[in-house]
Design a protein around this ligand. Sequence first.
Ligand SMILES: [Zn+2]
Length: 444
Amino acid sequence: MTSHTPITSQRVPRAYRGAILHALSQNELAYFADGLLVVDSEGLVVACGPWAELKDTLHGVAITQCEPHQLIVPGFVDTHVHLPQMAVAGCQAPSLLEWLDTHIFAEEARFADADYARTVSEWFLTELLANGTTLANVFLTSHPGASQIAFETAARLGNRVIMGQTLMDRQAPDSLLRPADQLLRETESLCRQWHGANGGRIQYAWVPRFALTSSEELMSGLGELRRQHPTVYLHTHLSEQLGEIAVVKAQFPWATDYTQVYERFGLLGSRTILAHGIHLCDDELVRLKGLDASLAHCPSSNFFLKSGRFRLMDVLRRQLRLGLGSDVGAGPELFLLTVMKDAQYMQSDTLVPLATLFYLATLGGAEALHQGHRLGNFESGKEADFVVLDLPATPVSLYKSPVQSPGDSEALLSRLVYQGHQHWISETYIRGQRVYQRAAIVQD
Ligand SMILES: [Zn+2]
């Protein structure tokens, strides 16, 4: 049983003592079996390291002692997810385009009803916190009213999100379409109200669904908005399925490839996040790297819709900005540890280093969303976004060991990736404030 706990206002420094694991880079972890995370009154990390080294630096700081079976990790970063698809997650269809027609468009049309939009927004945003996700890059629907409700709900619950009204002006049911000029006015108005809101926890993104639902007028208007608002994100899909790519080629015959459609209208650059990118050719990857665009790898969704195999190791070697995405509702669940596991299983001929998977779900995701300078791990000065996990008892309780050794963290991380469960999330903190606490199970 879970419930949302109101934000507790932290106005005093606090330290958390327990096992701590965080990523320093793509290949490097820091693990402290008996560690200390010190957070100041503004919610910023003061220090993170072994208890034995830091204990004498604490003067008048309240200490929260974690249980021996608990582990502190940075909050998870979901670089691609759809709020209005919560209720239809796990509904199967033979292909992406048929899945959209069968399940998704009808569900998104329900968000014309403000009460429904409010109910699902609260459910989705609470579930993000219950899954330990402290930063998410979120598609909304094409309704400005429902988008407004989603932003208001995120501000009230304390979520850290990048969100935007989903923009479609063709090739979807009429109830979800609007003229391009109207969409451009609506989305700019929402952006002016919400970009940077709630102390910077809320950021705005221009969100054309994908090339097939976007007219050239809409994409060119968005290119102009990107130039006018350089700190606003652009979030869309790219190259997910072969059938989709064939239709894109037919509709944009002047384009040499899918990437060029967005490129021509000025939609690609820093702060552009592209979901999937499964069937990109080498030249597209080179251009995306040169433009500093980010990719969101969503393996659970790719398995579900049988979209294909993402070139994870190749993209890592090319050093593109890259994070993991749950892609709910094509991905069945929000929990990023499951997405890490699916990313591993998708690379059937290569063992992805566990440290790399953990990095992608935390610091790498933050860097892909251009927020790595202020969150993603426990470097001093960063905002203290973290999760307290309850690890179930095992015969070998590695995390109880007072001895710090590399083998401990590797075995611990392996258990997290292959056995991690959403019910392990005990508490979630954003900027030092507790935004979620699992309710105690009441037994009769
Ligand atoms: Zn998606």
